[in-house]
Structures are given as structure tokens and as C-alpha cells.
Design a protein around this ligand. Structure first.
Ligand SMILES: Nc1ncnc2c1ncn2[C@@H]1O[C@H](COP(=O)(O)OP(=O)(O)O)[C@@H](O)[C@H]1O
Ligand SMILES: [Mg+2]
Length: 63
């Protein structure tokens, strides 16, 4: 399981998303939708560890 806790990303003064909380559960399939520039790729980069969120944290269950 991948748990997203109170995650926010901000570039300068621009808040891209704020206080995101959700759980990705094994066996489920997820999609990310949103307008161009909404922050989809940035969110995935946070999930993969490519970039750090401004606030909040991720919890990843071993395995
Ligand atoms: N490293 C960065 N520094 C500043 N702004 C960024 C950076 N990365 C992305 N952005 C901006 O954040 C917004 C969301 O980008 P992105 O996550 O690529 O959107 P999407 O994938 O939903 O189209 C865009 O306005 C983009 O220009
Ligand atoms: Mg993108």
C-alpha cells in the first residue's frame, strides 16, 4: 500500500496542490486526470520520489 499524507506542492508562491490524502491499495488500478498544467506529472514525480513534496509525506508498505 502507498499512503499519501497531507502532501502539498508549491513552486514559489504558486500552490499546485494542497493537503492531498489518499491510499493506493494493492490490486487496484488508478488513473490521474486533470487539465494541462494541473499537476498530474508533478504528483507522479512525488510518488516515484523523483521530486520532494513541499509538505507532507509518503508511506510505502514493504514489498
Ligand atoms: N520544477 C518546476 N518549477 C516550477 N514550476 C513547475 C515545475 N515543474 C512543473 N511546474 C509547473 O507546474 C504546473 C504543473 O505541471 P505538470 O505537473 O507538468 O502538469 P500536468 O502533468 O498536469 O500537465 C505547470 O504550470 C508547470 O509549469
Ligand atoms: Mg504531464
Amino acid at each position: 500500500m502507498l499512503s499519501v499524507n497531507n502532501v502539498s506542492v508549491q513552486f514559489g508562491k504558486r500552490i499546485l496542490f494542497d493537503d492531498v490524502n489518499l491510499k493506493f491499495v494493492k490490486g487496484n488500478c488508478y488513473g490521474v486526470i486533470g487539465a494541462n498544467g494541473a499537476g498530474k506529472s508533478t504528483f507522479l514525480k512525488v510518488l516515484s520520489g523523483e521530486i520532494e513534496s513541499t509538505r507532507g509525506n509518503l508511506e510505502i508498505t514493504p514489498g
